[in-house]
Design a protein around this ligand. Structure first.
Ligand code: URP
Ligand code: ZN
Ligand code: ZN
Length: 465
């Protein structure tokens, strides 16, 4: 079955222009002027932008914090409605299990036949025994050539020390596994948290006080030095502040292969949200913490000028009710609130409305940040581009739509949205997943299990210099 999308403005990471797109089965077969195809279903995209389906490289459907668990792949239709057609989920290695084994077990029970967009996984090493370090190249063989370590979260089973990070960097580079870090100094946070709690400063706002920018900057610099010693590339997830950006830039200018992303919420929210009344500040507890206006501006500049190469969601679907239950009351504090923001559905909407419409980034830059670069970094060879030979993951974007973001109307299955009440300009009107229409007129029309597992290739773009 073929499909011809005519008359739209096709936006790629390189530029934009009026063009038609011809799809045959699951793939794009041509992009150009005045394409014709007998018998093809024709879609008129006049007045619309045509974008590649988004690639969200930072999602938590399986994150557990102090016993609270996020929503899972059963809510991945929220990604589709938001124009994201590929997700990469972080899977924490289970104690006593191998890296690949943990992913395979989780995939079979929690993702296969459930996912509504395409998906793959990053490993998260939590148990760095010698045999686990030796297993790292097997991630590349299995099609999961990316692995994260958490420098933060002291006392949690997934916290990693420098020893583990250095060994992971050394082993990873042999087989093209890209090592990622959550860069925050766990001890600095731990000391500050204990002091704040002892002083009775337990509300959500103190989450930000316990982990100021210096905490992120220190860990970012340390991780960069570990990567230098290993002579390996490094990917820093959710960069949030000027000081960490300076570390990334300095390393880059020294010739090190250091790359990083930020997330939509760090571009539009700030630490004052943590002080909202009625304990609503808990909705904004994510790590690293939300910053201030000057950091937000530095992040917009960094994504525009390619100091950072991706904008992810860091989606984490904990209910506000659960966050309140965990953090509020006798003997409890901000440190007990499950960390993370539900932001799967609105990544593109936020970037369009507050990035493109406000003149902070061009449409082409948006496409690079939300689809093309994350596909390249993660070795997803057929994703993130509107070119012949790529998967027909396509968004027809209506720039004239106007709406208001609300948890009441989104599909994340969480009882709040951090972007509640935000104005939205434009929306994905139709979304195609490998040629199949899964969103029509803004509504999800696909089925559970439409998503396919993708095996990624090692030596992603962080290795290419
Ligand atoms: O607060 C966050 N970011 N929660 C998810 C886990 C992580 O640190 O990425
Ligand atoms: Zn993190
Ligand atoms: Zn995360």
């Amino acid at each position: 079955m073929s499909l011809l999308i005519k008359n739209g403005i096709v936006v790629t990471a390189e530029g934009e222009g009026k063009a038609d797109i011809l799809v045959d089965g699951e793939s794009i077969v041509a992009v150009g002027a005045d394409l014709k195809a007998d018998g093809a279903e024709v879609i008129d995209a006049e007045g619309k932008y045509v974008l590649p389906g988004g690639v969200d490289q930072h999602v938590h459907f399986s994150f557990t914090y102090k016993g609270s668990k996020t929503r899972g792949f059963e809510t991945s239709n929220a990604a589709a409605v938001g124009g994201t057609t590929t997700l990469i989920e972080f899977v924490n290695q289970e104690k006593g299990k191998g890296l690949v084994e943990t992913i395979e077990d989780y995939r079979k029970t929690d993702a296969d036949n459930i996912a509504m967009v395409d998906y793959t996984f990053h490993s998260v090493m939590t148990d760095p025994r010698p045999e686990v370090i030796d297993e790292i190249p097997k991630l590349a063989d299995a099609g999961y050539p990316t692995m994260k370590l958490f420098m933060a979260y002291k006392g949690q089973f997934f916290h990693a020390d420098d020893d583990a990070i250095l060994q992971a960097l050394q082993k990873g580079k042999e087989s093209g596994v890209t090592i990622m870090v959550h860069a925050e100094n766990a001890d600095m946070i731990d000391v500050a948290t204990k002091q704040l709690v002892a002083e009775g400063k337990v509300g959500p706002y103190y989450h930000a006080v316990s982990r100021p920018p210096v905490v992120e900057a220190e860990a970012t610099r340390r991780a960069i030095y570990l990567a230098e010693m290993a002579d390996a590339p490094l990917y820093i997830v959710h960069v949030t502040c000027k000081e960490a950006l300076e570390e990334v830039k300095a390393a880059y200018n020294r010739g090190q292969k250091i790359f990083g992303e930020t997330c939509a919420h760090y571009l539009v929210l700030d630490e004052s949200d943590l002080a909202r009344p009625n304990y609503e500040g808990a909705k904004y507890v994510c790590s690293p913490a939300l910053r201030t206006e000057e950091h937000r501006e530095a992040l917009w500049e960094a994504v525009d000028r390619k100091w950072l190469n991706a904008i992810s969601s860091d989606h984490c679907g904990f209910d506000f009710a659960e966050q309140k239950h965990m953090g509020y009351g006798e003997g409890k504090s901000f440190a007990d609130i499950p960390n993370g923001a539900p932001s799967l559905q609105n990544r593109l909407n936020i970037l369009w409305t507050y990035g493109v419409e406000k003149g902070k980034i061009s449409r082409s830059r948006l496409v690079d940040l939300y689809a093309t670069s994350p596909a390249k970094v993660n070795g997803l060879e057929k994703k993130g581009q509107l070119k012949a030979g790529f998967d027909a993951d396509i968004v027809i974007f209506d720039p004239n739509y106007k709406g208001i973001i609300s948890a009441k109307t989104n599909l994340e299955g969480v009882d709040y949205s951090p972007f509640e009440g935000f104005e939205q300009i434009g929306r994905p009107e139709s979304v195609f997943l490998r040629g199949k229409k899964i969103v029509d007129n803004g509504n999800y029309i696909g089925s559970k299990g439409d998503g396919q597992l993708i095996h990624a290739k090692p030596f992603g773009s962080s290795y290419q210099w």
